[in-house]
Ligand binder design. Structure first.
Ligand code: ARG
Length: 568
């Protein structure tokens, strides 16, 4: 499809050769008031180069552009060139392309097939997969999908927290007080209760701590019994995580978590030592980062055991060697800002030029509204329960609405899960937010159900059109150049650029916002205009626009990780 701004920049460049096309593109504005044109070019900056008053420059450029078929009108107003896009060819092209490309509409090739790693979710084994995990999981998945649509080759990694001294404690607790059936029946809460019990008991009997340390050392050395238990805890936990990923439609290329790097750490520690980066501090070994305004990073504890950052160093090196990534993206809470600054700095000090390609995408906290959800006296709220409750409530809502479908379960699932996902991706990621049920499931607000409902409405219009909707290719764009129809076409046109912007800024909420804009534009068009009118040509044009809107909304939702129901 034509890139309107690029094309404009090219044309303007013929008029003002003193700036590059890129510079010109950056100067083009979109006026707030559409009476000032679809695009506007300010000439102030040219005055110096051309030694002419800006209004005169604008006048010359406007004259040079007039008569070009891309514009219906080009005007000089003071120092501005106001350009009005010739609407018919524009609308024809946008809608034609959305209909022809279908699922591919909105994709680009800015990524040029480069390999990127998107690491997201990465929960800790044997700990609850709770509402707080929704953030990395859903934001990360959307960044993954958006980057794929931008033409990157994305490797999706779940860096499981499956290593560390806590597994020594858990194994000890299991041996003393555990029961196999309990673990099998309800793995995570059971394992968590062992972990809690361990801490209570260790208060009374500190020798348990020594036992746990020894047990972890045995695990590190790959002793059979410890490894078997650890593997079992890991498998049981993964089953639970897997259920949630299944509900969210999330898939991974690799579950290489912390334990995967256990045998790769000695080499990194050795390398740090060779490069003279290790320093002794109270028996431990650290990398001093004070000269860079960062707190020291502990690499080895006094007992020789490794730390979280040691594993991340080994991991980053492994990923570079294995995937030769263009970017290595970590979607991890902002509480870990310091950790990633340290990681990046140490890799830089090690002399790795690719340290600059490490990208930490942080996000704020989600909290629960008091009262609306029982945290059962300090007990955590499982993400799975949140999704199930959303599905249950959605089922009730659609039953009440009396939706004609024989597939209520499927729709309740698509809409319920979608509502939670959409809500998660509505806020600027760095902001803290409060999870609010009323807001999540509001069918009229700027929510997932609202957008999905709009999508289903597009589908229903096309269904009701019957055979008329079969061949829309040769529609007459003349019916779509005014009012809400034209506004909708412009929103559909913007999708590709919005996807690129959201991906470049690692900010899915930009896309979420635009999907709401498209849905609102469609609903305005739907209310303003009679789509299935008697005039055959007009009906065809309006159906073509409806079909394009349907495609654009669906493609947008997909990149959030949401499904789009045909009926609702
Ligand atoms: N498991 C960690 C946590 O739950 C997150 C892991 C982040 N990724 C990383 N490569 N350090 O806090």
């Amino acid at each position: 499809m034509i890139n309107v701004k690029e094309e404009l920049a090219r044309l303007l460049n013929e008029q003002v050769a003193d700036l590059t096309s890129e510079e010109i593109e950056g100067m083009i504005e979109v006026p707030q008031n559409s009476e000032m044109g679809d695009y506007s070019f300010p000439c102030f900056r040219l005055a110096k180069v051309l030694r002419k008053a800006p209004p005169l420059i604008a006048k010359d450029i406007a004259e040079g552009l007039s008569g070009n078929p891309m514009f219906s009108k080009v005007e000089q107003v003071n120092a501005y060139v106001n350009m009005f896009i010739a609407r018919e060819p524009f609308v024809k092209e946008v809608i034609g392309e959305a209909m022809a490309k279908g699922d591919e509409y909105g994709k680009s090739d800015v990524g040029q097939g480069r390999t990127e790693i998107v690491e997201f979710s990465s929960p800790n084994i044997a700990k609850p997969f709770h509402i707080g995990h929704i953030r990395s999981t859903v934001i990360g998945n959307s960044i993954n999908l958006i980057h794929q649509a931008m033409g990157f080759k994305v490797i999706r990694i779940n860096h499981l927290g499956d290593y560390g001294t806590q597994f020594g404690k858990m194994i000890v607790a299991y041996r003393h007080w555990g029961n196999e059936d309990d673990v099998r029946n309800d793995p995570i809460p059971t394992l968590l209760s062992y972990y809690t019990k361990f801490h209570v008991e260790a208060e009374k009997d500190p020798s348990l701590n020594d036992e746990a340390r020894e047990t972890f050392t045995r695990l590190e050395h790959g002793e059979e019994e410890e490894t078997r238990l650890w593997q079992w805890f890991r498998d049981e936990s993964l089953k639970e995580f897997g259920r949630v990923y299944g509900m969210l439609g999330i898939e991974y290329d690799s579950y290489a978590g912390e334990s995967f790097y256990s045998d790769k750490m000695p080499a990194v520690v050795e390398e740090l030592r060779e490069k003279n980066l290790l320093k002794e501090s109270q028996g431990a070994e650290i990398v001093d980062l004070e000269p860079y305004g960062l707190t020291p990073a502990p690499i080895l504890k006094s007992d020789g055991s490794t730390l979280y950052i040691t594993r991340d160093l080994a991991c980053a090196k492994y990923r570079k060697e294995t995937y030769d990534f263009y970017k290595n993206i970590y979607v991890v809470a902002s509480q870990q800002n310091l950790h990633f600054q340290q990681l990046k700095k140490i890799l830089e000090l090690m002399g790795y030029e690719w340290a600059k390609d490490i990208v930490h995408v942080p996000f704020g906290l989600v909290s629960l509204e008091e009262g609306t959800m029982s945290t059962r006296e300090g007990r955590v709220v499982f993400l799975e329960d949140v999704l199930n409750r959303a599905i249950d409530e959605t089922r009730e809502i659609i039953k009440e609405k009396g939706v004609a479908t024989d597939n209520i379960e499927e729709i309740a699932r698509q809409v319920g899960v979608g509502a939670v996902v959409f809500n998660e991706l509505s806020n600027n990621r760095i902001k803290d937010y409060v999870f609010n049920w009323k807001q999540v499931l509001d069918f009229n607000g700027e929510t997932g159900p609202y957008v999905q409902y709009t999508y289903a409405r597009c589908a229903s219009v096309l269904r009701n059109a019957g055979e008329d909707a079969n061949d829309l290719k040769d529609f007459d764009p003349g019916y779509l150049t005014e009012g809400s129809a034209y506004t909708l076409a412009k929103e559909i046109y913007a999708l590709k650029d919005v996807i690129i912007e959201a991906g470049t800024k690692y900010e899915p909420s930009i896309l979420t916002r635009h999907i709401v804009d498209m849905a609102q534009a469609f609903n305005k068009f739907y209310h303003d205009e009679h789509i299935l009118t008697d005039n055959k040509d007009e009906r065809k044009a309006k159906l073509a626009l409806t079909s394009a809107a349907k495609t654009a909304i669906r493609n947008g939702l997909k990149l959030l990780g949401m499904e789009a129901p045909e009926r609702m």
